[in-house]
Design a protein around this ligand. Structure first.
Ligand code: HEC
Length: 185
C-alpha cells in the first residue's frame, strides 16, 4: 500500500469540489490553485515513498541479502527482538547487582543453552557460512560472559569489572558484525 504523506484523497476531493462550486467569480483561480495543491501533494507522496524506511532497507545498502522462507524470516526476527530484550533484562539485573539472574538470562536466552529455544540449528541451514558463524560466536560469547561474571563475583575488583564489560561487549560485537554484513529483507 502506498502511504501518502501528501494531502489525503478525500481532503483533495473536498478542495476540488469547493473550488468548482466557488461562487465568488474566481473559479478559474481556485481551480488552478486546486491543481497546484494536488500536484504538490502528489510530489510529496512520491518523495515520501522513496524515502520511506521500507524502500531504504529494500535498496542496495551494501549488505548481503539472505533470502529466507517467510516463516523462517518471521521466526528469526522474533528471535532478534528477544535477543535485544534479553540484553536489556540482563543489564537491568547487573545494575541491581543480581548476578545470578543476569547470568541465567545470558545462558538461557543468548548462550549455548538458548540454541534449541531459538531453533538455531534449523535457521542456520538457511544462512551463508559467515552468517551462521557470527550467530554461533554470539552464543559462545554469551556463555563465556556467564563464566566471567561468576568469576568476577568470586574475585571482585577493577580488573574483574572490566572483564565483565569486555565479555558483554564480545556479545554485542557479534550482533553488530552480523547486522553490518547481512540483511534478510
Ligand atoms: C547471525 C547474524 C545476527 C546476529 C548474531 C544478530 N542479529 Fe539481529 N538481525 C540480524 C538480521 C539479518 C536482521 C534483519 C535485518 C534486516 O534485514 O532488516 C536482524 C534484526 C534484528 C532486530 C530487528 C528485529 C525486527 O523485528 O525488526 C533486532 C532488535 C536485533 N536484530 C537484535 C539483535 C541483538 C541484540 C543481537 C545480539 C545479542 C543480534 N541481533 C544478533 C542478524 C543477526
Amino acid at each position: 500500500m502506498i502511504q501518502s504523506r501528501g494531502i489525503g484523497v478525500s481532503e483533495a476531493g473536498k478542495i476540488f469540489t469547493d473550488a468548482w462550486l466557488g461562487s465568488d467569480g474566481k473559479e478559474e483561480m481556485q481551480i488552478m490553485r486546486t491543481f497546484t495543491v494536488l500536484f504538490v501533494g502528489l510530489l510529496v507522496a512520491i518523495a515520501g515513498c522513496s524515502l520511506s524506511p521500507k524502500s531504504a532497507t529494500a535498496g542496495d545498502d551494501g549488505r548481503e541479502l539472505v533470502k529466507l522462507p517467510p516463516i523462517m524470516q518471521e521466526h528469526m526476527l522474533a528471535n532478534m527482538r528477544d535477543h535485544l530484550a534479553a540484553l536489556n533484562d540482563l543489564l537491568a539485573e547487573l545494575a541491581e547487582g543480581n548476578i545470578d539472574k543476569a547470568t541465567a538470562i545470558a545462558e538461557e536466552r543468548l548462550g549455548m543453552s538458548s540454541l534449541s529455544l531459538h531453533g538455531a540449528v534449523q535457521l542456520s541451514k538457511f544462512m551463508p557460512q559467515g552468517m551462521a558463524m557470527l550467530g554461533a560466536r554470539m552464543h559462545h560469547a554469551a556463555s563465556r560472559f556467564v563464566i566471567v561474571a561468576r568469576d568476577a563475583e568470586l574475585d571482585p575488583g577493577r580488573d574483574s569489572q572490566r572483564n565483565v564489560y569486555k565479555a558483554l561487549q564480545e556479545i554485542t560485537d557479534n550482533c553488530n558484525a552480523c547486522h553490518q554484513t547481512y540483511r534478510i529483507r
